[in-house]
Design a protein around this ligand. Structure first.
Ligand code: GLC
Length: 514
C-alpha cells in the first residue's frame, strides 16, 4: 500500500500578515506569498498551511472571522487566492487553509442576527445561558484575558460563551444547522481545490451539554486548554467523512491544544478522525536530553503504537520561536535534526529556516491581546533598510539583526542555517527511511539522544537506514555510532566518516556502516 502524501511531506506554516507584501506596504498578503514561492521551492518543502486571510475585524488577527468564504481585502480577493493555489500546485506544493470552526467574529452576520433577539433563527447557533448579570453560568476562563469565558448581553439578557475573546463567540455545534453550515465552508474551499485544512482548536467545538465547572485545581487555566468531550469526536468524524469523500488524499491537521500526548492521540480516533494532529508537549519541552527522551517515547507509545502518524512542530504563531526559547543558534541548528529526523510529519514555521529570533516589542507597539507579537515579526527578505517590504517599518518591529539575518544574505552563505535546513530536507527526501521508516532508540550517554531510522517500518536494521544523534549537553560527548556523516549541524565533516564525538549542542545525520 502506498502511503498518502502527507505522511512523507514537510509542512511549512505561513502567517500571511508577516510573510511578504505583494506591493510595498506594512502587512503581507496572498500576492506576497505567491511572489516568494521560489523560497519554498529552494528550501524543498512539500506543503504550506496559511493562517487565516478571511474577512475579519482583526481582534485576534484573523482568527475572528466575519465571512468564512471570502478573502479580506487587505490580503487580496478570491481571484488572488485561486492564483496562489494554482501557483503552488504548478510547483507541486500542496496548500492547506486554516479552518476555524470553534467561533466566529462577533461581527459575523450569524452572530449579529443571533444577538438581535432571543427569537432570532440564528440565536441557537451560539451558546447562550440565563443568569444574573453578576454571576457567569460557570467558572470557565477565556484565553488571552484570563477573565470569564462568558459575556453578558444586555440587550437580550443572557450570557454567551467565548473560549477566546468576547469578540469570538463560540458556535453551537450541537445545532445541526451549524454543522451543515460549517460543512458548507469546508466544501467551499475543497471545491476550489485546497489540499486540506489546518483546523483551529478542533478539540474545543463539542461541549458537555451540562457545561460543568472546570475542576477547582485547574481553575484559572483557560477552558480552551481543557475542553475534551465525546461530542467533539463525533463532530470530527463528520468532518473526516466529508474530506475523505473528495479525491486526492485531502488532509485534516487538527490543532488539539490539550497538553497531554495521551489526550491528543484520542483525536486520531480509530483512523476515522484527524489524519494528523499537532502535539504541543514537545514544543513546550526545554533543551534537555532526558526530557526529550521522554517526549519521544511518549509520542511513540501514544501515537505511533496506535497506528497513527505523529507530527513535530517547534515554532508557530502562538509561541516564542524555538531559536528564542533555546537561546543559541547552535541549538536551533541541532533542533532541525529533531524536526526532520523523528518519525512523523514535520511542520516548520516560516522564518525558522533563517534562525529568526522573536522581535523585541516595545510596550507602545504591542498589538496582540495574547502577547504573541514577538514570534509574528515580519520576515526580513533583504539586507536593505526596508528588508524587501518597500516601507520603513512593517506592522511589527523586525526580528533582531535583520541586516545580517535576512533571506538574501543567508541564502548567499552556504554555511548558514538556511542551507542546513535545505541540506537536511534534501537528505530526508532522498531517504525512505527518514520519510516513512521505523524508529529505534540508540543507547547513548546522558546528554545525547540518538535513534536509528530504519527503511523497514517495523524497525529491522538494514543497509538504507539513517542514524540521528544530538548532543544537548554542555560538554563534548563520545557517541557509539559509526557511519558517514550526511549532514552535520555545523556543516563540518560532511561526506566523511563520523569521528565519534559530538560537540555541545551539535547534531549529525549518518548513513550507518553496513
Ligand atoms: C488557535 C490559534 C490562535 C488563535 C486561537 C483562537 O490557538 O492558533 O492563534 O488565537 O486559536 O482562534
Amino acid at each position: 500500500m502506498t502511503s498518502p502524501w502527507w505522511q512523507s511531506a514537510v509542512f511549512y506554516q505561513v502567517y500571511p500578515r508577516s510573510f511578504a507584501p505583494g506591493s510595498p506596504g506594512p502587512t503581507g498578503d496572498l500576492a506576497g506569498i505567491e511572489q516568494h514561492l521560489d523560497h519554498l521551492g529552494w528550501l524543498g518543502v512539500d506543503a504550506m498551511w496559511i493562517s487565516p486571510f478571511y474577512p475579519s475585524p482583526q481582534a485576534d488577527f484573523g482568527y475572528d472571522i466575519s465571512d468564512f468564504c471570502d478573502v479580506d481585502p487587505q490580503f487580496g480577493d478570491l481571484g488572488t487566492f485561486d492564483k496562489l493555489l494554482a501557483a503552488c500546485h504548478a510547483r507541486d506544493i500542496k496548500l492547506l487553509v486554516d479552518f476555524v470552526p470553534n467561533h466566529t467574529s462577533d461581527r459575523h452576520p450569524w452572530f449579529q442576527a443571533a444577538r438581535s433577539s432571543r427569537d432570532d433563527p440564528h440565536r441557537d447557533w451560539y451558546i447562550w445561558r440565563d443568569g444574573s448579570p453578576d454571576t457567569p453560568p460557570n467558572n470557565w476562563v477565556a484565553a488571552f484575558t484570563n477573565e470569564s469565558a462568558w459575556t453578558w448581553d444586555d440587550r437580550t439578557g443572557q450570557w454567551y460563551l467565548h473560549q477566546f475573546l468576547p469578540a469570538q463567540p463560540d458556535l453551537n455545534w450541537a445545532n445541526p444547522e451549524v454543522v451543515e453550515a460549517m460543512h458548507g465552508v469546508m466544501r467551499f474551499w475543497l471545491d476550489r481545490g485546497v489540499d486540506g485544512f489546518r483546523i483551529d482548536v478542533v478539540h474545543g467545538i463539542g461541549k458537555d451539554p451540562a457545561l460543568p465547572d472546570d475542576p477547582p485545581e485547574l481553575a484559572g487555566i483557560p477552558h480552551s486548554a481543557l475542553n475534551d468531550t465525546p461530542q467533539t469526536h463525533e463532530l470530527i468524524r463528520g468532518m473526516r467523512r466529508l474530506v475523505d469523500a473528495y479525491p486526492g488524499d485531502r488532509v485534516i491537521l487538527g490543532e488539539v491544544y490539550l497538553l497531554s500526548t495521551e489526550l491528543v492521540a484520542q483525536y486520531y480516533g480509530a483512523g476515522d478522525e484527524l489524519h494528523l494532529a499537532f502535539n504541543f508537549p514537545p514544543l513546550l519541552t526545554p533543551w534537555e536530553a532526558p526530557r526529550w527522551r521522554k517526549r519521544i517515547a511518549s509520542t511513540r507509545r501514544n501515537i505511533d503504537d496506535r497506528g497513527a502518524w505523529p507530527t513535530w512542530v517547534l515554532s508557530n504563531h502562538d509561541n516564542a520561536r524555538h531559536r528564542t526559547r533555546y537561546g543559541t543558534e547552535d541549538r536551533a541548528r541541532a533542533a532541525v535534526f529533531l524536526l526532520l529526523g523523528l518519525r512523523g510529519s514535520p511542520v516548520l514555521y516560516a522564518g525558522e529556516e533563517l534562525g529568526l529570533e522573536d522581535a523585541v516589542i516595545p510596550p507602545e507597539r504591542v498589538v496582540d491581546p495574547g502577547g504573541r507579537d514577538g514570534c509574528r515579526a515580519p520576515i526580513p527578505w533583504t539586507p536593505a533598510p526596508d528588508h524587501g517590504w518597500g516601507v520603513d517599518d512593517a506592522w511589527l518591529p523586525w526580528p533582531p539583526d535583520p541586516r545580517a539575518r535576512n533571506a538574501e544574505t543567508l541564502l548567499a552563505d552556504e554555511r548558514s542555517i538556511a542551507h542546513l535546513y535545505r541540506r537536511l530536507l534534501a537528505a530526508r527526501k532522498a531517504s525512505p527511511a527518514l520519510q516513512l521508516g521505523g524508529a529505534v532508540p540508540i543507547e547513548a550517554p546522558g546528554d545525547v539522544i540518538a535513534w536509528r531510522r530504519t527503511a523497514d517500518p517495523a524497525g529491522q536494521a538494514g543497509p538504507d537506514d539513517r542514524i540521528v544523534a544530538i548532543n544537548m549537553g554542555p560538554a563534548p560527548a563520545a557517541v557509539p555510532i559509526a557511519g558517514t556523516v550526511l549532514v552535520a549541524s555545523d556543516g563540518t565533516g560532511e561526506d566523511q566518516a563520523f569521528a565519534g564525538t559530538l560537540a555541545p549542542d551539535h547534531a549529525v545525520l549518518l548513513a550507518p556502516d553496513a
